[in-house]
Write a protein that binds this ligand. Structure first.
Ligand SMILES: NC(=O)c1ccc[n+]([C@@H]2O[C@H](COP(=O)([O-])OP(=O)(O)OC[C@H]3O[C@@H](n4cnc5c(N)ncnc54)[C@H](O)[C@@H]3O)[C@@H](O)[C@H]2O)c1
Length: 366
């Protein structure tokens, strides 16, 4: 053991202290106390950078009495180890299906915005629509957007497919296409939904009612029925919480509260909300997450037709934020729930409505 002169002003309770680093301001010590090793920082009276404090010098245990001028810290782990437990937003290597991925013209509906955001984070997206030209336009927007950002596509970021999600064999074909084109399936976003039958129980058309339930509710069951077996082929990985697949259903705030003019839409969206919870319970132990996004009154192509400026203003005023949302707001919430950052979230109903369902907006400050 190298003995240090006794004038350093250091007194510790340590059984062993070894210098591990010297700098102009301090000397770092590995301090052993009570069976634990810690780091200590010591500012000696004489210059810390002097040759007396070279790394590897061991301080004599016999001179240690009190622990005063050494400050100990908890052991520090490498930063890469500290960051290891978190999930990533990255969707590279994941394959997603988005139903209702088209949108009229070049406008941005929910399915189109969702497809674009998933692809932007690296997923390969199967864009499904009963009108294939609308799905193709979405896929083309994705290709062009990634090109503009200089992001190479390998495998392709999007492909368009024509299908009717109320038809079970179409649903199976969608999933088969995803798996044969990209090798796996990780994410299903059930977007397709319509306003459906107009009227109350007294005056609605029962055939339109049945058809509306088929589009808004049954289609989501059929798509999940086809998708879950494919998702179960995925290996569980610890870093994504052992999740094998993620389903996001698009509900509506109309499914959470009454007050909507027609009976079909709130009824079917209420069913989507509780179908989400029931499916989350059925498939959670298999590593499948099922969540629901409930948008409020967004301004999308579906809503734009026939809405006056006064109607838009009135809609804004009904929310706490007093502003208007659009499809991107819905899509951001879906992207979060679809990906690994939400690995511990299932059975959850996320409202995207500027607070409209949280409370009644105050019209005066009192
Ligand atoms: N726009 C809003 O303010 C709002 C609010 C709450 C919830 N939502 C929900 O968001 C979803 C999408 O709304 P949007 O405004 O973007 O709709 P949208 O009408 O713009 O887009 C829906 C797409 O689905 C396609 N589609 C319809 N039936 C289909 C079927 N059987 N098979 C395959 N594709 C089909 C259409 O061709 C269309 O391209 C719906 O579920 C809707 O209820 C919308």
């Amino acid at each position: 053991m190298i003995r240090l002169p006794g004038d350093f002003g250091l007194t510790t309770m340590a059984s062993k202290s070894v210098i591990t680093k010297q700098s102009a301001l301090f000397v770092r010590l590995a301090v052993r106390r009570g069976g634990h090793e810690r780091l200590g920082f010591w500012r000696p009276a004489v210059r810390p950078s002097s040759s007396k404090f070279q790394s590897g010098l061991e301080l004599p245990a016999s001179t240690t009495k009190r622990f005063s001028t050494v400050t100990t810290t908890k052991p520090q782990h490498p930063v890469k180890d500290i960051l290891k437990g978190r999930a990533r937003r990255d969707l590279h290597g994941k394959v997603a299906i988005v139903t209702g991925a088209g949108s009229q013209g070049d406008d941005i509906g929910n399915g189109r915005a969702i497809s674009i955001l998933l692809a932007e984070d690296g997923a390969s997206v199967v864009c499904v629509d009963k009108d294939v030209s609308l799905a193709q336009r979405t896929a083309s927007i994705i290709h062009q957007a990634l090109k503009r950002r200089g992001k190479p596509e390998s495998p392709p970021a999007a492909l368009a497919i024509q299908a009717d999600v109320t038809n079970e064999s179409d649903c199976r074909r969608i999933v088969d296409t995803a798996v044969s084109s990209f090798g796996r399936l990780d994410i299903l976003v059930n977007v397709v939904g319509v306003m459906g039958a107009h009227g109350t129980a007294v005056d609605l058309n029962p055939e339109e009612w049945a058809w509306g339930l088929e589009i808004n509710v049954t289609s989501m069951m059929l798509m999940s029925r086809a998708a879950i077996p494919a998702m179960l082929q995925n290996q569980r990985r610890e870093e994504n919480g052992s999740i094998r697949g993620s389903i996001v259903n698009i509900g509506s705030v109309a499914g959470l509260r009454g007050g909507t003019r027609h009976l079909l839409y709130p009824t079917s969206k209420g069913a989507v909300v509780n179908m989400t919870r029931a499916m989350a319970a059925h498939h959670g132990r298999d590593g499948i997450r099922v969540n629901c996004v409930c948008p409020g009154m967004l301004f999308t192509p579906m809503m734009a037709g026939g809405m006056t400026d006064e109607m838009r203003e009135a809609r804004k005023k009904r929310s706490l934020l007093g502003t208007e949302g659009n499809a991107w707001d819905c899509a951001s919430a879906v992207r979060f729930l679809a990906g690994d950052e939400a690995r511990w979230i299932t059975g959850s109903i996320l409202t995207v409505d500027a607070g409209a369902t949280a409370a009644v907006a105050l019209s005066s400050p009192v």
